[in-house]
Design a protein around this ligand. Structure first.
Ligand code: ATP
Length: 457
């Protein structure tokens, strides 16, 4: 079976058609940079997320999980440097007023109106979303009720000036880990090295969200802060680098030819990092960052200690040796991982003279493990037996078995191919009249075999 060049259009239209990913708020014309996950996209996302958690947290003995609040005290972002430095360079076209991230423009010509040399001065734009906590938003319209002689009257008071209490939607999950480091140490007193992991939403007011879910304004991160002794950072970094590569290729099934590790140098290196490797992937729109692995020194814990006045030191058990641990940070974006999985799995080939599209997803990631069909849906004896088989498989794979009896069998296969279902199980007359065996049709080879349903994994 040959692999196919996959474009963003092909990927996003399959994702929409088959119930993986829809544009956010689509019914009202959409909201740029937001995406809604349909039944199959949600399953795929959860499968990736659960696999990540199992591999990097549950199967290890040195990891702890946390789930911190999205809204955090604004001091967190002052101390971390995000208030000052979490910015992208913004330029505006003097002609059509469209705004762009300066480093994403690759010519002097405005991509919207086509005018040359029309970009104004570059300004630094902070990407954190602001909101206020408590009923203290100066923009709130308050409604007050007062009694008049003729009864109760509603009076609207707009733009009441009240003190603001500014908070930010977190732009990364990492700070929710750092701010809980001391809590975890006090509760569990783990030996060093140990890690704290978190999966959750992050928000960035990207200047120009684009490339399907690749650059969104609301997305999920899967992050780990791995606390180590400073003198050991190179060895720890190398181990993480190789564990991540294994995960991407062996567990997520990414095409290894499309994966590139790149040393981040110079201005590109984040202010907190002494070494960063970006794992880039050849997405349909080009090679771009899938995830980052950074040696963040003790920058964050030291800042927290300096700004909170609370000690972040770790004391080695049974000794007076204490210090602020250093940190290795693997930082995955869940949506980018999902997009890389879809890109690697997308295939087109020819079956019976027609182009067929299918997703060659690894079996453990496929949203649906088996589709079960009666050959004909108007034959009660076939339907009854198929229901029995459906139940048997559903008990083994809760939520991952689909009942599919619409259209003819060829159409059902095509539909299941497109959503990456590894095997379709069909109950026909031979099943009920002869040997009890069902037809099992393989997605990748399209070959069929007959087997007893009890023998299916
Ligand atoms: P980029 O350079 O692409 O903007 P970044 O270097 O700012 O990304 P990090 O701050 O290192 O990204 O965030 C860690 C991970 O979070 C990224 O590798 C990516 O997987 C994910 N991520 C970051 N921004 C976005 C976004 N806007 N949409 C989806 N995922 C994102």
């Amino acid at each position: 079976m040959s692999k196919t060049e996959v474009t963003l259009d092909k990927l996003s239209s399959l994702a929409k058609r088959r119930g993986f990913i829809y544009q956010g708020s689509e019914v009202y014309g959409g909201l740029s940079g937001t995406w809604d996950y349909g039944p199959l996209g949600l399953k795929l996302k959860k499968n990736i997320e659960n696999l990540w958690w199992r591999t990097f947290v549950d199967e290890r003995h040195d990891m702890y999980g946390v789930d911190a609040a999205i809204l955090m005290n604004q001091k967190v972002w002052q101390a971390s440097g995000h208030m000052e430095t979490f910015t992208d360079p913004l330029v505006e076209c003097g002609n059509c007023k469209a705004r762009f991230r300066e480093d994403h423009l690759n010519s002097e010509v405005c991509p919207v109106c086509g005018k040359a040399d029309s970009m104004g001065e570059s300004r630094q734009f902070n990407m954190m979303f602001e909101t206020t906590i408590g009923p203290v938003n100066p923009r709130t319209t308050f409604v007050e009720k007062s009694k008049s002689s003729s009864g109760e009257v509603e009076q609207k008071i707009s733009f009441k000036e009240l003190p603001t209490s500014l908070v930010y939607l977190r732009p990364e999950t990492a700070q929710g880990i750092f701010t809980n480091y001391k809590n975890v140490v006090d509760s569990f007193y783990p030996d060093l090295p140990f890690g704290i992991a978190q999966i959750g939403k992050a928000f960035r007011n990207e200047i120009s969200p684009r490339d399907f879910v690749f650059r969104s304004r609301e997305f999920n991160q899967m992050e780990i802060e791995y606390f180590i002794r400073e003198d050991n950072w190179e060895a720890e970094f190398a181990t993480w680098q190789s564990d991540i590569k294994d995960f991407l290729i062996k567990q997520l099934g990414l095409d290894s030819d499309k994966l590139h590790e790149e040393d981040v140098v110079g201005d590109e290196l984040a202010h907190y990092s002494k070494k960063t490797i970006d794992f880039n992937f050849d997405f349909p729109h080009g090679s771009d960052e899938l995830l980052g692995l950074a040696y963040r020194t003790n920058f964050d814990l030291k800042n927290i200690q300096d700004n909170s006045g609370k000690s972040m030191e770790y004391r080695v058990k049974g000794s007076d040796d204490s210090f602020i641990p250093h940190v290795i940070e693997p930082s995955f974006g869940l949506e980018r991982a999902l997009m890389a999985v879809l890109t690697s799995a997308y295939r087109e080939d020819e079956v019976e003279g027609k182009t067929r599209t299918y997703l060659a997803l690894p079996e453990h990631l496929a949203p649906i493990r088996y589709a079960v069909s009666p050959l004909l849906k108007n034959k009660p004896e076939l339907v009854d037996k198929a229901r029995e088989v459906y139940k048997l498989l559903h008990d083994k794979h809760p939520g991952r078995v689909m009942w599919d009896d619409s259209g003819n069998i060829g159409k059902r296969y095509r539909r299941q191919d497109e959503i990456g279902t590894p095997e379709c199980v069909v109950i026909d007359f031979e099943t009920i009249e002869d040997d009890g065996k069902v037809t099992v049709r393989n997605r990748d080879t399209t070959r069929q075999k007959r087997t007893l349903p009890e023998k299916l994994d």
